[in-house]
Design a protein. Structure first.
Length: 171
């Protein structure tokens, strides 16, 4: 398995996997599949995102095929520049259990540690997604909050757990 930063050349492949993620797990993402397929020029926008300052999207590849992804996004504003966020974490179902998720998150954490300003990484995860929460906890994330009814999909509500990983000792 290879883990690497995605480039604009990976945008089309990424977008295909992103749509799979939205379709398979609508409760795990703020964006909906229905809204996403209607976006104008999504591949071009994705390519631009890959080169945006503070935006780091990693891909997991098995035999050259993109099987997983995660984005680390550093906050831009001065008062919150010490934080980065994990977004769009996904591993295709047929490739789960081989360590891709852990490898992706480790790459994102290592990148955050390389960014001198970043002191903590935040993420939110569907509270009922116990395997994802366990993965995050195993890598040092701690839950600090719970938002009830964070998402509503087809009249069903989903809660979000908020988690943080402190990279540097508090002063």
């Amino acid at each position: 398995m290879e883990i690497r930063l995605l480039t604009s050349k990976d945008a089309k492949t990424y977008w295909t996997l992103r749509l799979e993620a939205l379709k398979n797990h609508p409760e795990a993402f703020l964006s909906s599949y229905e809204e996403s397929v209607q976006r104008e020029n999504p591949v071009e926008q994705t390519a631009r995102n890959f080169t945006a300052k503070g935006n780091y999207t990693f891909g997991a590849f098995a035999k050259g095929e993109l099987i997983g992804m995660v984005t680390l996004l550093q906050e831009e504003r001065i008062k919150v520049r010490h934080k980065a966020n994990i977004f769009a974490m996904y591993v295709t179902p047929s490739k789960r259990g081989i360590g891709a998720g852990k490898a992706l998150l480790t790459a994102a954490i290592n990148k955050a540690m390389d960014l001198s300003e970043v002191e903590q990484i935040n993420l939110n995860v569907t509270a009922s997604n116990h395997s994802a929460k366990q993965l995050y906890a195993n890598l040092g994330f701690k839950q600090f909050g719970l938002e009830k009814k964070a998402l509503k999909i087809n009249e069903k509500y989903y809660d979000d757990a908020y988690m943080v990983l402190h990279l540097k000792k508090e002063k």
